[in-house]
Each structure stands twice: as C-alpha cells, then as structure tokens.
Design a protein around this ligand. Sequence first.
Ligand SMILES: Nc1ncnc2c1ncn2[C@@H]1O[C@H](COP(=O)(O)OP(=O)(O)OP(=O)(O)O)[C@@H](O)[C@H]1O
Ligand SMILES: [Mg+2]
Length: 248
Amino acid sequence: MQEIRIERVTKRFGALEVLSDVDFTIGKGEFAAIVGPSGCGKSTVLRMIAGLDKPTEGKVLANGKPTGKPSPERVLIFQEHALYPWRTVEDNVGFGLELAKVPARERRERIDEVLEKVGLSGFQHYYPSQLSGGMKQRASIARALIMNPEVLLLDEPYGALDAITRLTMQNELIKLWRGTGKTVLLITHDIDEAVYLADTIYVMSPRPGRIISRVHADMPRPRNRNSTEFIKLREQIMDHLDIGTYSI
Ligand SMILES: Nc1ncnc2c1ncn2[C@@H]1O[C@H](COP(=O)(O)OP(=O)(O)OP(=O)(O)O)[C@@H](O)[C@H]1O
Ligand SMILES: [Mg+2]
C-alpha cells in the first residue's frame, strides 16, 4: 500500500508557472479526486506522481521516497485511452506482462481474469477500432489493472464516454477499488463524479494551480446523488470553483 505526498510543489514550464505551492497527502487505500478548471495543472500533478515529470520546487513522494521514475506500482490511465491500434485487446492488455517477461500461460490466465472483471470477456481478439468508446476505455483500465498496481492514477478516464456508460463505469470503479487497499487519485471535470466516488476532493484554482479547498465526502457507498448531503457537497465545490448561476 502506498501513501502519496505532494510537498510544497511548484512547477514551471519555462516562464509559465503551472502549479504553485501545492501540498496534500493521499493516505494508503484512500480514494481522492481533483477537480479544477482546464489548464490548472491537474494532469501535470498526475504525471509527477507517475514519475513522468519532476517538480521545479518541492517533492512528490510515494511512501516517503521521491517518485523519480515510472514504476509498475503506480500506473497512469491517460486522458485519451492510448491503446495500440495494431494490437488486439488481449495483446494490448497483456503488454505490460510481456515487457515483464511473464510466461505466456500465466499471461493468458491473468488477461482472461482481468477482462472478465471489466466486462470484456469474448473480445480478446478484437482490435481497438472494432470496440465502442466505452469498451476501449475498459480495455485501457484492464491494461492498468493487470499490473496489480498499488496506486491507480486516472486522468479524466470517462471524459469521452456517453452519460450512461459513464455512470456504469463509476460503479465498476468503486467495485474494483473496494477491498483492494489501492490508493486512487482521479482527475475529473465532473463534480458529481468526484462526490459520488471519492473520500476526499481537492479543488484547484485556475493556473497557476493551487489547492483552494479540501472537501471530505464520508457518505456510505453506494451514494445517493439526490441526498441532501450529496447536493450540499456539490454546491460547496461549485462555490469554490466560483461557478455561479447567471443573472437574467
Ligand atoms: N510538457 C509541457 N511543456 C510545456 N507546457 C506544458 C507541458 N505540459 C503541460 N504544460 C502546460 O501546463 C499547463 C497545465 O497543463 P495540464 O495538462 O496539467 O492541465 P490540466 O489541468 O490537466 O488541464 P485539462 O483539464 O484541460 O486536462 C497548461 O498551460 C499546459 O500548456
Ligand atoms: Mg488534463
């Protein structure tokens, strides 16, 4: 199990300050979410946790150690699904195991198991172009899960999905997460999604991104989107993001 700590992180790309003094901790096994306006540095935070980028100032730590380079313990599911179009579902999903030189038989067993989990049994031999948008996303989640990572980093994983598939995938994600002890960080534009899924929601300001609020959602799951408490939290986050109603 891994604790993720972002310690006073500032990130600049040349003269552009993207993140400013960002500081938070995600506990072991916690489900955290970040919401914030486009371009405020959310993906940059994830990339640093995944070890794909480094802070300009401050530290990004996993169990107290800098996340200097990518590790199979922390996998990132990208904003775009990024499956290899020339590989079938099973060859996409098994790619990480192939790199890790896991023998073919074990690979096949683990592929079958994970495809079952994400509801893609029977689609082993399909190519990405033959899948629906939701199925592609599930295949890319399977590709991450098969590595059995301790930390799951999800960057707008459902952004491209239709509303119904999105709701189903949210429930699937909770089912997958429960009881695994995995630490999850989900980036989303969808406030409702964050309140539905996460234990803790961090709200970021426009660039340079700072954490402007930390909201706890300790409602039991499955959560009722129409409950008073749910609506209150959603409103609270919208207030922080300064999304008001328009006046006539
Ligand atoms: N490798 C890079 N080089 C230069 N600038 C970058 C790089 N990566 C990100 N940026 C800049 O950092 C800022 C934040 O980008 P980031 O992708 O983290 O935003 P985001 O919050 O994920 O936005 P969105 O919600 O639209 O996905 C943007 O202004 C972007 O141009
Ligand atoms: Mg992004």
